[in-house]
Design a protein around this ligand. Structure first.
Ligand code: FAD
Length: 396
């Protein structure tokens, strides 16, 4: 039985629904922003220049805040994100508060990040418009420590202590999520730290997912081994009697992965071409849907074909679009045509809402800018949608 009844009307080209929350001025700003980032030359030069300007204290934070930060971030603090949370909520889209401070490498910094994530969980508990919380494991411990564990190198006694603190932070976060009944996503990172992250995620799922999928690990389907990992984790979850939480993404670090593999002389973990990543991604969606009673699925993607496939398969399998185990997710400031049209058609949709001080979220913003430089790719699509909506508004 299909609940909702609007599924037949799902139309990713409906810009009226996609940009309902955006004023003409917002649209104009977004247009120029995507136009700017579509120049790869500008991004190549702009990234180190912006970093340098911030380092030497040039007053450019205001410019960043009113442009790229405004497009892709919710605010500097949790409370500062509330207007964004409300705005998304008006379009039936829920929020994933994402504390996006990166590059922290001190114990004090890791502790602060842990406390901040615990705050997001407490905030989510009192706010039905927040559907998930999230953390990046290397925000809670040294990247090189994760890499050492991944390489199966022996840790010094000091490093063992250090790792037990990382483990404790992750456990505190997952336990707090469990107690608050708020689902928590564990982001995926570079392949040379990912085994350690996967081990931790599996342990947390086994501990906290006995009655419900609370902890979700992330599977990067641009890796040729990750569909198999998903299947193996599902089998393990079955034998140990817990729910699997699976956020599916293609993966954000393709170039770095390929370069490192070449430099170090090992086979690249990334699929040979995009079609192979797409095929595994869509297979992973179907694998999870086939087991939807035991798997919590989040499709973290801006890909229209994968999103359409998931929407169609939900209907085809007579799964309620409001099933608590199936979510679509996009990043704030991107693919509003998917988020708001899916939500209007009755599906569960969430947006990552990154937040944090302007200076500290710059690595996140540079990644967004870099992945938007291809006009043939996502930026072209964003620009075309904005232009369509601007024309539509002029005609009425
Ligand atoms: C809600 C959400 C959460 C996310 N969380 C994470 C996370 O935890 N970890 C993470 O790594 N990423 C994460 N991402 C980013 C994601 O991995 C992708 O980089 C991004 O979403 C683009 O992929 P796509 O599925 O949207 O669609 P598309 O634009 O269709 O696909 C682009 C992606 O396809 C893959 N690809 C492109 N060309 C090739 C090629 N030649 N060969 C093989 N593969 C190729 C790459 O992964 C590339 O990013 C997240 C994205 C979203 C929306």
């Amino acid at each position: 039985m299909i609940v909702g009844g609007n599924q037949a009307k799902l139309d990713f080209d409906n810009t009226e629904v996609a940009f309902r929350n955006k004023s003409n001025n917002d649209l104009e700003k977004a247009y120029w922003l995507f136009k700017m980032v579509s120049s790869s030359a500008l991004i190549k030069v702009g990234t180190p220049l912006t970093n340098l300007a911030l380092k030497i204290g040039l007053p450019i934070q205001g410019i960043i805040k009113n442009t790229i930060y405004r497009q892709f971030c919710g605010g500097e603090t949790i409370h500062g994100c509330q207007p964004t949370i409300d705005e998304l909520g008006q379009g039936q889209v829920t929020t994933i508060l994402d504390y996006s401070v990166e590059g922290e490498e001190t114990e004090e910094g890791f502790e602060l990040t842990c406390k901040e994530i615990l705050q997001t969980i407490a905030y989510a508990k009192a706010n039905p418009l927040i559907s998930f919380c999230v953390f990046k494991p290397t925000g809670l411990g040294r990247f090189d420590l994760f890499a050492k564990l991944d390489a199966r190198d022996t840790l010094t006694p000091l490093e063992k202590d250090e790792f037990s603190r990382v483990h404790h932070r992750i456990d505190r976060i997952c336990k707090a999520s469990f107690e608050a009944n708020i689902k928590i996503l564990i982001d995926a990172e570079h392949s040379w730290v990912q085994d350690t992250i996967d081990d931790l995620a599996r342990e947390m799922m086994e501990r906290y997912n006995k009655e419900e999928a609370i902890v979700y690990n992330t599977y990067q389907l641009y890796r040729h081994d990750k569909l198999a990992s998903l299947m193996a984790d599902f089998s393990y979850a079955q034998t140990q009697d817990f729910y699997l939480g699976a956020k599916l993404v293609r993966g954000a670090y393709m170039e770095i992965e390929r370069e490192r593999a070449l430099e170090k002389g090992y086979p690249s973990p990334i699929h040979v071409d995009k079609a192979a990543s797409d095929r595994d991604y869509n297979d992973a969606i179907e694998f999870c849907l086939d087991r939807v009673n035991r798997v919590g699925l989040m499709a973290g993607t801006h890909n229209e074909d994968s999103s359409r496939l998931l929407a169609q398969q939900i209907i085809h399998r007579d799964i309620s679009p409001k099933n608590r185990h199936v979510f679509f997710a996009q990043l704030l400031g991107m693919s509003d045509n998917l988020s708001f049209n899916l939500a209007a058609a009755g599906y569960n949709v969430a947006k990552y809402v990154p937040y944090g001080p302007v200076k500290s979220v710059m690595p996140y913003l540079f990644r967004r800018a870099q992945e938007n430089t291809s006009v043939g790719g996502q930026t072209g699509r964003e620009l075309a949608l904005i232009i369509t909506e601007q024309k539509r508004r002029k005609q009425i």
